[in-house]
Ligand binder design. Structure first.
Ligand SMILES: Nc1nc2c(ncn2[C@@H]2O[C@H](COP(=O)(O)OP(=O)(O)OP(=O)(O)O)[C@@H](O)[C@H]2O)c(=O)[nH]1
Ligand SMILES: [Mg+2]
Length: 423
């Protein structure tokens, strides 16, 4: 991948949209690219929006725009062109040949950021897999990074045989990375097994919404927080106590964004598995963002694609401290009557948030109290494997249990406990 980190590269961001597409939205998408570019280490000198009903097959933008950008490159010392959406490998190649500077598209840019932020082995393997898959059809470009790695591709004009060799090597690498990921996912699955007895919450949401800040405000996780996109790429799981005392688990993981590259979602499956396993999702939104409704929609669509949109979900409208007009808050309150408003960074409404998640968790499970005789070995072990023990008191009467049982296990456990249950 391109390395933007050495110095701030000057870049031009280009978006195209069909005639009549809302310009405001188009420029918001360009602003988002600007944040992504900033995170990657590039600075956008100019944002260009072109209305086009059908993108040019060879160069995406029209001939006139190509010339305009060419002039801009020379005049302002631009070294990078960023497309707001994805473009084809051929278009990328053509444009690089014309401009003689690097051209990246949305997926390429996001992959760069992920590569830069990956810390754990798991995140690194996942990013590398997604990058390799992205790279495969684009091997003929000036991939300086790859040339370092394989010692094969020169900056320009590699021979066909060399490209074929590289492609074969890349395919082998993809296979190896997939196997590695499979191993990691088996280990993760093992770790998760031990947690089934607790109510598990998973923070999900658009990148930069404040998920990690919220996690830190209720646990001692100390997850890395930054005003950059995709600060978090790993999953952190921590326990915390609900106001009623029940121990629960909360996980913080990678954030979502519009058009998250598909191969990234696919390879981040292991990390996202935490959200898949959760009992309750906590959808965190930066409500101060002008386009927060679009963010909610994107997150919902991503949850759908992960097949977890049906899970019980709590909507948290965060960064409420940044909304100045109380009327705006009231309007949003009536639009989202079920939501909790918080400021994770200023600790506003965190107690309320905790009591809402407690309520939701109680809807998902029930507390049972009963006394079992010491001889009921099988029942005792059944209780242990199917519930969260809140208290156990061994006395003359027998073993007094207070346990939390998740709804899916409730019927059978209640049936088996039968006469021992206090009515
Ligand atoms: N004003 C304000 N800023 C907040 C609030 N919550 C978080 N932030 C800031 O928003 C930025 C992003 O916060 P994070 O907690 O890193 O967001 P995230 O959702 O974990 O982001 P990614 O990990 O990048 O997906 C940081 O600069 C936080 O300090 C809030 O309630 N109010
Ligand atoms: Mg985070």
């Amino acid at each position: 991948m391109h390395d933007f980190t050495e110095s701030k590269e000057k870049a031009v961001a280009i978006a195209i949209g069909k005639k009549g597409f809302n310009r405001d939205t188009a420029f918001e998408h360009l602003n988002e690219i600007e944040s992504l570019a900033d995170t990657a280490g590039a600075v956008i000198i100019e944002k260009i929006y072109q209305e086009l009903d059908s993108p040019n097959k060879a160069t995406v933008i029209g001939k006139g725009k190509v010339e305009e950008i060419q002039a801009l490159i020379e005049e302002k010392g631009i070294s990078l062109i960023i497309f707001e959406d994805d473009i084809s490998p051929t278009q990328m190649r053509n444009l690089e040949n014309t401009f003689q500077v690097k051209v990246v598209d949305r997926s390429g840019l996001i992959l760069d950021i992920f590569a830069k932020h990956a810390r754990s082995l798991e995140a690194k393997v996942q990013v590398e897999l997604a990058q390799s898959q992205y790279l495969l059809p684009r091997l003929t470009r000036m991939w300086t990074h790859l040339s370092k790695q394989y010692g094969g591709i020169r900056t320009k004009g590699p021979g066909e045989t060399q490209i074929e060799t590289d492609r074969r090597m890349l395919k082998i690498k993809i296979q190896k990375l997939k196997e590695k990921l499979e191993d990691i996912s088996v280990q993760r699955e093992q770790q998760r097994k031990g947690r089934k007895e607790f109510t598990q919450f998973a923070l999900v949401g658009y990148t930069n919404a404040g998920k990690s800040t919220l996690m830190n405000s209720i646990t001692d996780a100390n997850v890395y927080v930054e005003d950059k996109l995709f600060a978090t790429l790993d999953t952190t799981v921590r326990s915390f106590n609900l106001p009623g005392g029940a121990k629960s688990l909360i996980s913080d993981t990678v954030g979502f964004i519009r058009k998250l590259p598909v191969n990234l979602i696919a390879s981040f499956r292991t990390t996202l598995a935490e959200a898949e396993e959760a009992d309750i999702l906590i959808h965190v939104v930066d409500v101060s963002h002008k386009f927060f409704r679009e963010h909610i929609k994107t997150v919902n669509e991503t949850l759908e694609s992960l097949k977890i949109s049906q899970k019980p979900t709590i909507l948290v409208l965060n960064k409420v401290d940044l909304i100045e007009d109380a009327n705006d808050i009231r309007a949003i309150e009536s639009e989202f009557p079920m939501a909790v408003f918080t400021s994770a960074s200023r600790n506003i409404n965190i107690q309320k948030f905790l009591s809402v998640i407690q309520e939701k968790s109680e809807e998902q499970s029930k507390i049972l109290s009963f006394i079992l005789p010491y001889t009921a070995m099988e029942l005792i072990s059944e209780v242990y494997s199917n519930s969260d023990i809140l208290s156990r008191d061994d006395n003359d009467e027998g073993i007094c249990f207070k346990v939390r049982v998740k709804n899916d296990k409730l019927k059978i456990l209640e049936h088996n406990l039968g006469k021992y249950l206090k009515k």
